[in-house]
Design a protein around this ligand. Sequence first.
Ligand SMILES: *Cc1c(COP(=O)(O)O)cnc(C)c1O
Length: 408
Amino acid sequence: YMPVVIPKLRSEFINHIQDFSFQEIAFEIASAFLYDEIPAVELKLIIDEVINFPAPLVQLEDDLFILELFHGPSMAFKDFGARFMSRIMSRYFRKEDKELTILVATSGDTGGAVALGFKGVENTAVTILFPKGKVSPVQELQLTGNGQNIIAIEIDGTFDDCQALVKQAFLDPDLNEKFRLTSANSINIARLIPQVFYYFHAFAELKKMGETDLVFSVPSGNFGNLAAGLIAQQMGLPVKQFIAATNVNDTVPVFLSAGEFLPKSSVQTYSNAMDVGNPSNWVRIMDLFNGDVSELKKELSAFSFTDEQTLEAIQDVFQKHNYIVCPHTAIAWIAAKNFQKNNSGTNNTIVCLSTAHPCKFPDVFPEEIRQHIAEPNQVKSLNSENQSKISLKNDFDNFKNYLLSKRN
Ligand SMILES: *Cc1c(COP(=O)(O)O)cnc(C)c1O
């Protein structure tokens, strides 16, 4: 799904954006999409509840900033999408409706954000599929320690397998007959809209500092975050360039250089939330450019990096700035550095989106860095005692039978 038109923000608003708070900016954007669907007073309340944590911009170098998007409950930027979506969905629930069954595939971070976003939300039941053994301990606790309306299923397979099972479930007549199914993956547009908020928020903060010529470096997997950035640009955000930064799951960088979109099986890397071989938001990005690849290439550069380069970047940032980036953010950082090298002599202010807190990926860091990672309150409150998960093989009929027998 895509909006029929991408609404433009009023230019007076953009020109004075530095005078508005993060929540006010979010409200302006959300109402541009929703028109009169939700009364303003109510929408304001939803936004204030969703955005109850900051997204600080940290300056590491003259022309290089980190936008920290990991201060929400699951410590990943996906909290923005999940929190907004859960509130919007429950708002539209009517008494005569069947309980809403949310199916979601996760490579690590989506599941935690969705679980914490929907936990205890009435009339919703969440089933999360994650690839067995491929998520970190903190991530697994966020998935399996919830109880209530949240069920976690580990699949003996990859993230792409989980995503394929979910997609097939949505097409299955029996499951659709029994359940009111919906998705919480970034194929759901309600997750993308709140991601537009922080691009404008970053712009407002940089405008206060007199920074211009903005470039956003976006660590990408399913490409929802980048799609949101491109939507922000079409709404009127002045962005000079976007950088798509991937790990070796490089379907998009290969497409932009070789011209062919060849989905492949995902490969496991240190930046596991980006281990996606067939990014589901790419069709949205192509749609934003009416399928015109040469127009898209004017706005977008793409780079991919290996695990070794990821590790080097983590060490580099730590040594130079005494700052610890998660492996995904590290990839955005190297991409930014490469972009700077290729564009020396032009003025660019690069913002690397920092998508998760480093404590979610402890195994990636060498001990001398890991010991400096602070433990946020969100980790302290995780419950390691009441974990529960279901284990299934990678087989649709098996998954379907489980759903039909367990959920009602
Ligand atoms: C999900 C995720 C990404 C990738 O975001 P997409 O919108 O799927 O491209 C990057 N980093 C982290 C930490 C994530 O959780």
